[in-house]
Write a protein that binds this ligand. Structure first.
Ligand code: GRF
Length: 196
């Protein structure tokens, strides 16, 4: 299964996929990495000698124009699956329509709880005793697509946002690597999941 991974930040989830795909036994390969910024995580792609591209929103007149260019860049690689791993942009509907259901996202909360860009902070602010990680198919909404897999994670007394997020990310990268494996091996059928 060929993967194109989209990132915005440090790329620890990307790195987990790069390491997994270095194992000949793993049924998926990262073929390209895309970002919306000069993300630190692009260094992981460089280290693993995987091509990368950046589509800067500030270079475009509109979100739609940015989305069209992002889609054109993705299509150049014809990936079997697009993985949003810490990608902090909302994809325009045209992009989702073109790629769904072969596009998944990982989110550091138990969706539908705490959608959006500050899931960990929001869970803490809400006094949640547990939160978690969700890998889901992307649909037209924000963090609303059908769930592929979720895992609960305890919130510990005194947790800072960073401490909790780092604990979440340990589980998140395991869950993401496993979810991609399940998709590659046909244990998860994205069309069936999306049709739920
Ligand atoms: C991940 O927890 C992702 O779910 C969230 O931000 C974090 C990005 O981490 N959106 P990284 O860039 O993969 O290290």
């Amino acid at each position: 299964l060929s993967l194109l991974v989209l990132i915005s930040g440090g790329g620890s989830n990307l790195r987990a996929l790069l390491e997994a795909s270095s194992d000949p036994g793993y049924p998926a390969r990262v073929i390209a990495v895309g970002s919306d910024t000069e993300a630190d995580g692009l260094a992981h792609a460089e280290e693993f000698q995987i091509p990368s591209f950046t589509v800067l929103p500030t270079a475009f007149e509109s979100r739609a124009a940015w989305g069209d260019e992002l889609l054109a860049q993705i299509d150049r690689w014809s990936p079997d699956l697009v993985v949003c791993a810490g990608f902090m942009r909302i994809l325009p509907p045209a992009v989702v329509t073109a790629l769904a259901p072969r596009i998944i996202n990982t989110h550091p909360a138990l969706l539908p709880a705490f959608p959006g860009a500050h899931a960990v902070r929001d869970a803490l602010a809400a006094g949640a005793r547990t939160t978690g990680v969700t890998v889901h198919v992307i649909d037209e909404g924000v963090d609303t697509g059908p769930v592929i897999v979720q895992r609960e994670i305890a919130v510990l007394p005194g947790d800072t946002e960073h401490e909790l997020h780092e604990r979440i990310k340990v589980v998140e990268r395991e869950l993401l690597v496993q979810a991609v494996r399940d998709i590659a091996e046909g244990l998860v059928d994205l069309k069936e999941t999306a049709a739920r």
